[in-house]
Design a protein around this ligand. Structure first.
Ligand SMILES: *Cc1c(COP(=O)(O)O)cnc(C)c1O
Length: 396
């Protein structure tokens, strides 16, 4: 990770196919496009790769999440259970459909603690949204059982985990719907882009229309399409899809490099007393984009992250960052949206101004995640592993 590191002739070739016809729109222009349909081709490639029946591309992962929520019929008055640790896009999407985000604690899987989910269910709960953070999976068996028992949708935010799996099934394909991001720093990139995957034809059809002004795509041309519901423009362009097509073909290579490199770092760090690792409900399915580990105390993690950065290593101590953990989400706690909230939603957000999450603090405070890059030489990997061990030891 990230896919942009291995960008080359393959991406340029796919983009040039589009530039040669000049048709950069994914729909219509059937004659002039001369049989070039990069978005459709990428959708099929994702279906084949992940073994899922339907893929709908979108302009971003955020747009994909919003679209998935709309397709599941989530909106005003509905509560969506999500983790305190995620990227801000997850709750932005909940707000964008007018639903209420209900944040609950994470456990050592770095995402939803099933017990916390069960405790947060109310008569208004409609969906549970685990976020498969840093390339690996939530405890999906437990979450799926809760969703079945309470008749809730399971929506997987797999934006950070394209190519990861759980018990042989691709992440994103296990719930009612799953989403991916192909932004510039994700596992594979389109520059900007995203996707919704589902095995449910009705959900897919709604996603297909919602991302394109509600077009049913059944007319002889765009002018003849009907609009069974209101949609928006969350389309991907042919240029972006072309980049993604070259990237998805490289996915297996990316995963192989990441898994091999991560094992070297993990083995080196495992020898340091006091270090423990993120719990992976299915280690074989880890896409290995990050190595996530814990130190005994939050202060030690902060110190180790600083030492890693000083040694030239990338280190995320998410506890102190503005993007991924509730502690610093002031705008979320204030409900600071530009458009008026429904009165009930504003009230529902009040609780976060004072609510504490000690269980999440104890996990995220002690966690450090370090990204696994694709372009490192073997010598560089060994050197980095040694620096990692030294930096962590210096904080203990
Ligand atoms: C990146 C990301 C998104 C949003 O994707 P964009 O393509 O950047 O809009 C959503 N959720 C998570 C967990 C992400 O990491």
């Amino acid at each position: 990770m990230p896919g942009y590191e291995l960008f080359g002739a393959e991406e340029r070739k796919e983009v040039n196919d589009v530039l040669e016809t000049g048709i950069m729109m994914r729909y219509g222009f059937d004659g002039p496009r001369k049989g070039i349909w990069k978005a459709k081709e990428l959708e099929q490639a994702i279906c084949d790769k992940l073994n899922v029946s339907h893929t709908q591309l979108a302009s971003s992962g955020t747009a994909a999440l919003t679209t998935a929520m709309a397709a599941l019929g989530l909106g005003a008055g509905d509560e969506i259970i999500m983790p305190t640790f995620t990227f801000v896009a997850s709750f932005e999407s909940v707000f964008s459909v007018g639903a209420t985000p209900v944040l609950v604690d994470v456990d050592d899987t770095l995402t939803l603690d099933p017990k916390a989910v069960e405790a947060a269910i109310t008569p208004r709960t409609k969906a549970v949204m685990p976020v498969h953070m840093c390339g690996a999976m939530a405890d999906l068996d437990a979450l799926q059982a809760i969703c079945k028992k309470h008749n809730l949708f399971l929506l997987e935010d797999a934006c950070q985990s394209f190519g990861a799996s759980y018990k042989g099934k691709a992440l994103g394909t296990i719930g009612d719907a799953g989403t991916f991001s192909f932004d510039f720093v994700k596992t594979i990139t389109c520059a900007e882009g995203g996707a919704i995957v589902t095995n449910n034809k009705d959900i897919y059809t709604k996603c297909d229309g919602y991302t394109d002004h509600g077009h049913d795509h059944l007319g002889v041309d765009r002018g003849a399409d009907l609009h069974p519901f209101i949609g928006y423009n969350y389309r991907i362009s042919e240029l972006h899809a072309a980049v993604g097509l070259a990237q998805v073909r490289k996915l297996d290579t990316f995963l192989e490099i990441q898994r091999k490199t991560k094992k070297i770092f993990k083995d080196a760090l495992a020898a340091v007393p006091g270090v423990t690792f993120r719990r992976l409900p299915d280690e074989a399915g880890d896409s290995a984009t990050f190595l996530s580990f814990f130190l005994p105390e939050t202060a030690q993690a902060a110190k180790a992250a600083a030492a890693m950065k000083a040694a030239g290593l990338a280190a995320f101590h998410y506890y102190d960052n503005n993007w991924h953990y509730i502690r610093q989400w002031q705008h979320f706690k204030e409900g600071a949206v530009l458009t008026p909230f429904a009165a009930g939603l504003k009230q529902a957000m009040e609780v976060y101004k004072t609510k504490e999450f000690p269980a999440s603090d104890a996990i995220i405070g002690r966690n450090i995640s370090t990204p696994i890059n694709l372009g490192w030489s073997d010598a560089e990997i060994q050197e980095r592993a040694a620096k990692l061990v030294q930096a962590v030891k210096s904080a203990l």
